[in-house]
Design a binder for this molecule. Structure first.
Ligand code: ARG
Length: 461
């Protein structure tokens, strides 16, 4: 098959150059989007009188037949033809004859590939948003189902203050809500059509790319032809947003790994989302959580690859840009797979509320509140902090929890303690007092759950 750009060449291309330059091995996945965009372009060329209507119709029919062949796996991709565009165009000419050669009028592969990738990416963004929605819904189900369960909230991974499990889960709900906002926002910048830019400067043909935009559901045309063919911001943004979502998933995965370990014993992950060991029969490993945590790194890798790819490129199209695809394909595939697997795993989590309650009794987590108690009795907080610190030290030495203490012991540390001090010393009381906006008091968390459910219903309605 001769090359579509072969006119000014006499010598053959070196084999290694073909190997280096071919992209069809990976960009063939854009075929469906490439063909739909070409169908819209051909229709527009016919309408505008740039090519004959009957040629446009033959092109559209030919492209539809090629799309069916590709779908059915009856299409042979030839790496010597470089990329998805040239493979499809060559097949079109072979199928319908000379009319096929008129498709590439008023268009360049530069605005064509820019169009295909934006068109494909828009669908990926929509798929990500749908899965984030499923994930938020599963998270909220879990938070609602376990309302009232208390566990240690940590700072530095040390038990800090007791919190509601629902509150803990709602923290992730917030993260994923911000992710939805990020993807929704970047979709607007993705959904802009480069066609009409042609190679870099525009085209002298009386084309109407706005018709193509309308047909394919693009919101606008790129404002500058040079930017249109060289801009890859939307790919960088997608990978950045994907990286942040993966980071959120990965943090939760880390907690699930810890919580499901015998050392914590806070949860058990169902059989469908754990695996065994080939040598240790007792093992039940949280592989899904570990793999999602592990795959986060490759999405960061895609972001780094794209930023590095772009940093030294002069305007406009440079062949380097062909290297933009594999990273963004991998980032999208990885994110979609991880979101779905994680969302499906959440309902398989069994909560061990007794283990959480037992842990809550450890760690002297009422210490802050006991200090606050002394403050209400007139002691400056710094001084109260010291008093309770000494109390905790003694409890630790005696192997006691704060809840084991009686009033007489408390009074040895400060005469300001009275009978009501003992009431401070329950996890429920500690939680209930955190009644600031966004705090863990049951009243606040109940309202937060309601609010989250309302937001979710609105997004799906
Ligand atoms: N396969 C190319 C890419 O992915 C398509 C654009 C080729 N343009 C060119 N002038 N060689 O970037």
């Amino acid at each position: 098959m001769s090359k579509l750009w072969g006119g000014r060449f006499e010598g053959a291309t070196d084999k290694l150059v073909e190997q280096l330059g071919e992209s069809v091995s990976f960009d063939q996945r854009l075929a469906a989007w490439d063909i739909r965009a070409s169908i819209a372009h051909a229709g527009m060329l016919g309408e505008c009188g740039v090519i004959a209507k009957k040629d446009a119709m033959a092109i559209v029919r030919g492209l539809r037949a090629i799309a069916r062949d590709i779908e059915a796996g009856n299409f042979t991709w030839d790496p010597a033809l470089e990329d998805v565009h040239t493979n499809i165009e060559a097949a079109l000419v072979e199928r319908i004859g000379p009319a096929g050669k008129r498709l590439h009028t008023g268009r360049s592969r530069n605005d064509q590939i820019a169009t295909d990738v934006r068109y494909w990416l828009r669908d990926q963004v929509d798929a990500v948003t749908r899965l984030l929605h499923q994930l938020r819904s599963a998270a909220l189900d879990l938070a609602e189902a376990h309302f009232g369960v208390i566990l240690p909230g940590c700072t530095h991974l040390q038990y800090a203050q007791p919190v509601l499990l629902s509150h803990h889960i709602l923290a992730y709900f917030e993260m994923f809500s911000r992710d939805v906002a990020r993807f929704t926002e970047l979709r607007r910048r993705v959904n802009v059509l480069p066609l009409g830019a042609a190679a870099l400067a525009g085209t002298p043909y009386p084309v109407k790319p706005e018709r193509v935009a309308r047909e394919l559901g693009f919101d606008a045309l790129c404002a500058n032809s040079m930017d249109a063919v060289s801009d890859r911001d939307h790919l960088v943004e997608f990978c950045a947003a994907a990286s942040i979502t993966m980071m959120h998933l990965s943090r939760w995965c880390e907690e699930l790994v810890l919580w499901s370990s015998p050392a914590f014993g806070f949860i058990e992950i169902g059989d469908a989302f754990t695996t065994g060991s080939s040598i240790m029969p007792q093992k039940k490993n949280p592989d899904v959580a570990e793999l999602v945590r592990g795959k986060t790194g490759r999405v960061y890798g895609s972001l780094t690859a794209l930023l590095t790819l772009m940093k030294g490129l002069p305007l406009t199209y440079n062949r380097d840009l062909q290297e933009d695809k594999e990273p963004v394909f991998d980032a999208a595939d990885t994110l979609l797979l991880c979101l779905e697997a994680f969302a499906r795993m959440l309902p398989a989590i069994e909560v061990r509320a007794e283990a959480m309650a037992a842990a809550t009794r450890q760690g002297f987590m009422e210490a802050t509140d006991l200090a606050d108690y002394l403050v209400t009795k007139g002691m400056p907080f710094r001084e109260a902090h010291g008093v309770i610190g000494r109390l905790v030290l003694e409890c630790g030495r005696a192997g006691k929890t704060l809840q084991d203490l009686d009033l007489a012991t408390l009074r040895r540390f400060s005469p300001l303690f009275e009978k009501d001090a003992l009431k401070v010393l329950t996890a429920e009381a500690v939680v209930k007092r955190r009644n600031t906006p966004g705090g863990t008091a049951p009243r606040r968390v109940r309202a937060a759950l309601k609010n989250a459910r309302r937001k979710l219903d609105k997004a799906s309605g």
